[in-house]
Ligand binder design. Sequence first.
Ligand code: AMP
Ligand code: ZN
Length: 113
Amino acid sequence: MDCLFCKIIAGEIPSTKVYEDEMVYAFRDIAPTAPEHVVIVPKKHITSANDITEENIKYVTAIWAAVPKIAKDLGIAENGYRVVNNCGKDGGQTVGHLHFHLMGGREFGWPAG
Ligand code: AMP
Ligand code: ZN
């Protein structure tokens, strides 16, 4: 499958790994929008949030289990952080492999733009 994040998971495209387990891979965003900006992906190809099912939701659970660990490692747990999933065109999704942005190191505005 011609998927950028599947290639990153496979090591075919280089990335700066910050976390990995059986189901999850997390790496530094190539164009960070915060002092700490990590992309967290399931190791199984799931195209978007629209494709989360009862069967594959364990990957999403694993991602959220990793979030506080990664935040702690990055030193942003105490001050807080933001986790974002962009889904589809209106959500601003540019890579068709489910992912969550973990961002911290600055304050974020709300509502999102
Ligand atoms: P989204 O716009 O929500 O689909 O997020 C995709 C993210 O992937 C963007 O923040 C990009 O900067 C990031 N990205 C794209 N290519 C790479 C890459 N090769 N390595 C790391 N991050 C990437
Ligand atoms: Zn993929």
